[in-house]
Write a protein that binds this ligand. Structure first.
Ligand SMILES: NC(=O)c1ccc[n+]([C@@H]2O[C@H](COP(=O)([O-])OP(=O)(O)OC[C@H]3O[C@@H](n4cnc5c(N)ncnc54)[C@H](O)[C@@H]3O)[C@@H](O)[C@H]2O)c1
Ligand SMILES: O=C(O)C(=O)C[C@H](O)[C@H](O)CO
Length: 235
């Protein structure tokens, strides 16, 4: 069996870096992507020092040329992709930053759409293709309706961008039902990162575990679900 290849977006720090590390520790080759080649190479270098087969690749997720060039290169180099983790995301306050609503959708929703569409042909070449979208409990409509903390935390742009990402997940899961592909959306928990802040309960290592679990699902695992660890979340 050929070695598994995974691509993680926004992998130079935070949860994404830990997802790349934990996939690499399972013997998977990880394409560590970041906005700039320098950031990607620096993160891949740290993983290589741990004995992980890591390679830095440039992917500003909103850049269509980067997406096309990367898809072409992965096709030529490996002929397939086994795992895609759409992890890159931003939190911006539309009330504070001009254009934040649009930018949030560009990074959190439109980018995973274009990246996934570009890579789907290569994921279908895998015997066990897995796509994980790094969403949030704040993208759960039912959670927002029922939970005061969620109502206080969520910004309209962030919550709506993640709800839309969840919808894309369901769309792809239905479209590719009956193939080897499994496509799920996950909440990482509240994680101590630049986005999550110092007071968040989980370490990045703990926050990466849900994405890694759904990126390495066995053949009888679920598709088209929304999860936090082993728990299914309400849409
Ligand atoms: N931290 C939390 O508590 C939490 C909770 C729920 C969901 N999430 C989600 O988890 C994911 C990772 O967040 P994190 O907490 O590690 O945040 P973070 O800010 O530490 O990391 C985000 C990563 O995305 C990258 N990124 C942002 N815009 C990009 C772009 N245009 N192109 C390429 N890369 C880009 C950043 O460079 C960074 O590597 C996000 O999608 C976030 O919405 C985080
Ligand atoms: O739950 C999420 O999706 C979050 O990203 C939580 C935020 O990081 C936190 O509320 C930022 O203030």
């Amino acid at each position: 069996m050929s070695k598994k290849i995974a691509l993680v977006t926004g992998a130079s720090k935070g949860i994404g870096f830990e997802v790349a590390k934990q996939l690499g520790e399972q013997g998977i080759t990880v394409l560590v992507s970041a906005r700039t080649k320098a950031d990607a190479d620096s993160a891949a270098g740290q993983l290589k020092e741990l004995g992980i087969d890591a390679l830095g690749v440039e992917l500003e997720v909103t850049n269509g040329e980067h997406i096309a060039a990367l898809a072409k290169w992965i096709g030529e180099e490996y002929g397939k992709l086994d795992i895609l983790v759409n992890n890159a995301g931003i939190w911006a306050e539309p009330s504070k930053v001009e254009g934040a609503f649009e930018t949030t959708f560009e990074v959190n929703t439109f980018a995973p759409y274009h990246i996934t569409e570009a890579l789907l042909p290569l994921l279908l070449e895998s015997d066990a293709g897995r796509i994980v979208n790094q969403s949030s409990a704040l993208g759960s409509i039912q959670f927002l309706l029922s939970n005061e903390l969620a109502q206080r935390l969520a910004t309209p742009a962030y919550a709506a961008s993640k709800a839309a990402l969840n919808m894309l997940t369901v769309y792809w899961a239905k479209k590719y039902e009956g193939t080897n592909l499994k496509i799920n959306t996950v909440h990482p928990g509240l994680v101590k990162t630049r986005m999550g802040g110092e007071k968040a309960e989980l370490s990045p290592e703990e926050g990466a575990r849900t994405a890694v679990q759904y990126a390495t699902l066995p053949a009888d695992g679920p598709t088209g679900g929304f999860f936090y660890m082993d728990n299914e979340l309400p849409w």
